[in-house]
Design a protein around this ligand. Structure first.
Ligand SMILES: *Cc1c(COP(=O)(O)O)cnc(C)c1O
Length: 426
């Protein structure tokens, strides 16, 4: 064996997986079972008391899901991960470990529309209060910190406009405030950006998007960077205080630099219940094997399409950080040198009506509410994903009435450009 550390593409294919010890199967099997037989009564008791690692019940863990968890933890450079049923489930499980009713977290205003909804309404009903900040104004995060702040939440490449967030600057604010930085890395994937390298303490993903990559399976994942000290100031009792449901053990003391991933599993997933189906874990694992190839093609195509649109007379502006003229280009060069992702927006001189008309004329692009598929996708956020926001909030979150969002797939770029060309011609 050489002592070379495996590179990203090797990890994407191999991390976490071994030939199946019973059958020799090379692809990771789908362990389609709800439960697992104990060796004996002592074994069962030690599993339930968290004294031994092992399989109990698929709501808490499953061997197919475990391969996915180990693989994404390796790709992100974290200590451990927990797979769950969707990206939104990942966000609930993470914040449940950090916030008590009445607590606050700070979130960047430029976010996936579903996250804006989840934070503003569902989380409010749990007594978790979101305080919005502007990722283009780092001081707005500092100003938002109060004694009740328990976390900061940002996207690395932000929806819908594909802007690049200055993760290091916001991580400095989080450090000073003594709270963890959570980065939703869905639109970048670890192929483009590894937030932990830039100071993130927790990374979340919708696996539904680029990691799964084929628009066929929902999933979410939480990656623990292992960097945060949960014992400071009694702020995080779920991690630092004795847990009555596990004979009074303290998770940080017992599990050290993967205590957060354990808390998410044994307190979050176990009790809230959003388990990932092993079948979906298998589909997503298969997708991840080609992540580096797909992601590069997504980015190269996106850049070509953005350049075409920037030169088109019907287009008012293009918001793609990969364009040299873009206001996020400097940050893109720093954080995402391989490419600025494949989700971006542009605005049409013809406004709302032109957006609606474009969407209806496109043939190769599918009009739907998703991103990160092999297929190219289009949506008009103002009338769909961001329709619940008032006009000012739409504009602030990058989803004004004239804005169209694209998620560029891995087809031939010439075909994508030809489709846009015919749909833009009057
Ligand atoms: C899709 C998405 C989510 C939510 O993920 P689901 O798997 O749909 O629950 C969260 N964040 C971002 C950036 C997304 O694109």
């Amino acid at each position: 064996m050489s002592d070379r550390l495996p590179g990203f593409s090797t990890l994407a294919v191999h991390a976490g997986a071994q030939p199946d010890p019973t059958t020799g199967a090379r692809a990771t099997p789908i362990y389609q079972t709800t439960s697992f037989v104990f060796n004996d009564a002592d074994h069962a008791a030690s599993l339930f008391g968290l004294q031994a690692f092992g399989n109990i019940y698929t709501r808490i863990g499953n061997p197919t899901n475990a391969v996915l968890e180990e693989r994404v933890a390796a790709l992100e450079g974290g200590t451990a991960a927990l797979a769950v049923a969707s990206g939104h489930a990942a966000q609930v499980v993470v914040l449940q470990q950090l916030l008590q009713p009445g607590d606050e977290f700070i979130a960047a205003r430029k976010l996936y529309g579903g996250s804006i909804n989840q934070f503003s309404h569902a989380f409010k009903s749990f007594g978790w209060n979101v305080v919005w900040a502007d990722s283009d104004d780092i001081a707005s995060f500092e100003r938002a910190v109060t004694p009740r702040t328990k976390a900061i939440f940002i996207e690395s490449i932000a929806n819908p406009g594909g802007s690049i967030t200055d993760i290091e600057a916001i991580s400095t604010v989080a450090r000073k405030a003594g709270v963890p930085l959570i980065v939703d890395n869905t639109l970048a994937s670890p192929y483009l950006i590894r937030p932990i390298d830039h100071g993130a303490d927790i990374v979340v993903h919708s696996l539904t998007k680029f990691l799964g990559g084929h628009g066929n399976s929902l999933g979410g994942i939480i990656v623990d960077a292992g960097t945060f000290d949960w014992s400071t100031g009694g702020k995080y009792p779920m991690l630092s205080e004795p847990r009555p449901e596990y004979h009074g053990i303290r998770l940080q003391e017992t599990f050290g630099n993967f205590a957060f991933a354990i808390a998410c599993r044994v307190l979050g997933l176990r009790d809230l219940g959003p388990a990932l189906s092993p079948f979906n874990a298998f589909m997503i694992l298969t997708g991840i094997e080609t992540l580096p190839l797909r992601m590069q093609k997504h980015c190269d195509n996106a850049k070509a399409v953005a350049e075409f649109l920037a030169g088109h007379p019907a287009v008012a502006s293009v918001s793609y950080a990969g364009l040299a003229s873009d206001k996020y280009n400097q940050l893109a060069r720093k954080y995402a040198p391989k490419g600025a992702g494949a989700v971006f927006t542009f605005s049409l001189k013809g406004g709302y009506d032109a957006g609606v008309s474009l969407v209806s004329k496109l043939q190769l692009f599918s009009h739907l509410a998703n991103v990160g598929d092999t297929r190219s996708l289009v949506i008009h956020p103002a009338s769909t994903t961001h329709s619940q926001l008032d006009d000012a909030a739409k504009v602030k979150s990058g989803a004004g009435p004239d804005v169209v969002r694209l998620s560029i797939g891995i087809e031939d770029k010439e075909d994508l450009i030809a489709d846009l060309e015919q749909a833009l011609s009057v």
